[in-house]
Design a protein around this ligand. Structure first.
Ligand code: MRU
Length: 350
C-alpha cells in the first residue's frame, strides 16, 4: 500500500480482506497487513494496529462482514442472532469511540430492514454498507477540513494532540484535515505536536503524516503545552474526538481535557473536529462515556525498557472528557457549530 502523494487511505477493502497499515510499526517501518477474519480485525483494533475513532469504525464494519460471510444461509432469526453476536464481539475490542458501535449498528439495521431477502443477499448488503461507511467517512473528513479552515487565522500556530489524520480516519482526518486545508491556503506557520503519552500517537504518527504533507511542525512533550501558551506561542488548539455527547461533552485522547483547561486560562480558542458518526445522541453527559483503561506496561515501560519499579500501582485511562463549556466550537461535516450544542445537534443530527 503506497502512502505517497497527498492524503492516503490507511484502510482498504481488497475484495477478500481488510488491508491496513499496521500503525504499531510506524514511523520506523511502513508495514501493510491483511486481516482475513473477524478475530484478526478484533485483535488489530485492540492492539491499535488500526486506531482512531473513524478508522476503527471502518475496520469494524468490514470485520463484521468477515465474521458473517461464512454463516449458514438457513433461517433469518438464527442468522441475525449470529450477526448480533459477531457485532458484540467486535464492539468489545475498544469501548470509548462510538464510531465502532455506530458502524456495527448501521450494518445490523440494514440487515434487519431487509430481512425478507435471501441470506446471501443480506451478506452482500453488509459488505456494501461497510463500503459506504468507508467512502462516506472520506467525504465527511474532507468537508470538516473545508469548514474548519475558516477558523484558522493567517500565520497560525496550531497545537494538536494525538493523531487525527488519514491513519485515524478513511482519509484526510478530522483535526488533521483542518490543518491540511489551512496549509493548502498557506495559513499554517507551525503545528505544535504533543507527543501524546503513553503511546506517542503524536510523536510517531502525526509527525509522520505532517512530514508527508510538508506541513511545518515542532514536536513537544505534552507537559510543554502550558509553557508554550504562556509564552504566546499558540493561537489555537484543535483535536479530534472519540465520542461527543448531545450536549457537546467530548471524550478524546488522555490529555485533551488539560489542553482545554489551559486554552481557557490563556484565552485561546479550543476546537474539536469530528464527523456525525462520533456524536452519540443517546448520551447527555460526558460522565456516562465509558473510558478505556489500558495496561500497566504502557506506563511502567518505555518501549521494552522498564522505567518504574516492579509492582507499582498504575492508572492508565486512554481517554478523558472535556466538558462542553471549554469547547469554543465543534467542526463537523455540516459546518462549524458553536455553543449551545444540544439544540443545534438535535436539529442537525437528531
Ligand atoms: O487510542 P487512539 O489512538 O485510538 O485514540 C485516538 C484519538 O484519541 C483521536 O484523537 C480520535 O480518535 C480522533 S481521530 C480522528
Amino acid at each position: 500500500m503506497s502512502t505517497t502523494g497527498s492524503t492516503f487511505r490507511s484502510v482498504h477493502w481488497t475484495g477478500n480482506s481488510v488491508q491496513i497499515i499496521d500503525q504499531t510499526y510506524l514511523p520506523q517501518k511502513e508495514v501493510t497487513i491483511h486481516l482475513q477474519s473477524v478475530g484478526q480485525v478484533w485483535d488489530a483494533i485492540k492492539k491499535l494496529k488500526v486506531r482512531g475513532a473513524p478508522a476503527i469504525g471502518i475496520a469494524g464494519a468490514y470485520g463484521l462482514y468477515l465474521g458473517i460471510r461464512e454463516l449458514p444461509e438457513g433461517v433469518f432469526s438464527t442468522f441475525y442472532k449470529e450477526c448480533e453476536r459477531v457485532a458484540e464481539y467486535l464492539n468489545s475490542s475498544r469501548p470509548t469511540a462510538v464510531n465502532l458501535s455506530w458502524a456495527l449498528n448501521q450494518i445490523l439495521d440494514t440487515i434487519y430492514s431487509q430481512k425478507d431477502e435471501p441470506i446471501a443477499t443480506l451478506k452482500e448488503l453488509a459488505l456494501q454498507t461497510a463500503i459506504i461507511i468507508h467512502k462516506e467517512d472520506c467525504r465527511l473528513c474532507k468537508a470538516i477540513g473545508e469548514y474548519g479552515v475558516e477558523l484558522i487565522p493567517d500565520n497560525a500556530r496550531i497545537l494538536t494532540h494525538c493523531n487525527t489524520g488519514s491513519l485515524a480516519t478513511g482519509q484526510y482526518g478530522t483535526a488533521f484535515s483542518v490543518i491540511l486545508h489551512a496549509h493548502k491556503q498557506k495559513k499554517v506557520k507551525n503545528v505544535w505536536v504533543d507527543e501524546t503519552r503513553p503511546l506517542l500517537q503524536g510523536a510517531r504518527l502525526t509527525t509522520w503524516e505532517l512530514q508527508k504533507e510538508e506541513i511545518p511542525f515542532t514536536l513537544n512533550i505534552d507537559s510543554a503545552a502550558a509553557f508554550l501558551m504562556q509564552q504566546g506561542k499558540v493561537d489555537l488548539v484543535i483535536t479530534g474526538a472519540d465520542r461527543i455527547t448531545k450536549t457537546g461533552d467530548t471524550a478524546n485522547k488522555i490529555g485533551t481535557y488539560s489542553l482545554a483547561v489551559l486554552a481557557k486560562a490563556h484565552n485561546i480558542p479550543f476546537y474539536v473536529a469530528a464527523p456525525y458518526s462520533t456524536i452519540d445522541m443517546g448520551l447527555e453527559n460526558g460522565r456516562d462515556i465509558e473510558i478505556e483503561l489500558r495496561g500497566d506496561d504502557e506506563v511502567t515501560h518505555f518501549g521494552n525498557k522498564r522505567t518504574a519499579p516492579k509492582h507499582v500501582q498504575v492508572y492508565n485511562p486512554a481517554f478523558d472528557i472535556t466538558p462542553n463549556r471549554l469547547i469554543s466550537a465543534i467542526i463537523t461535516e455540516k459546518g462549524v457549530i458553536t455553543p449551545e450544542y444540544k439544540e443545534k445537534f438535535e436539529r442537525l443530527f437528531g
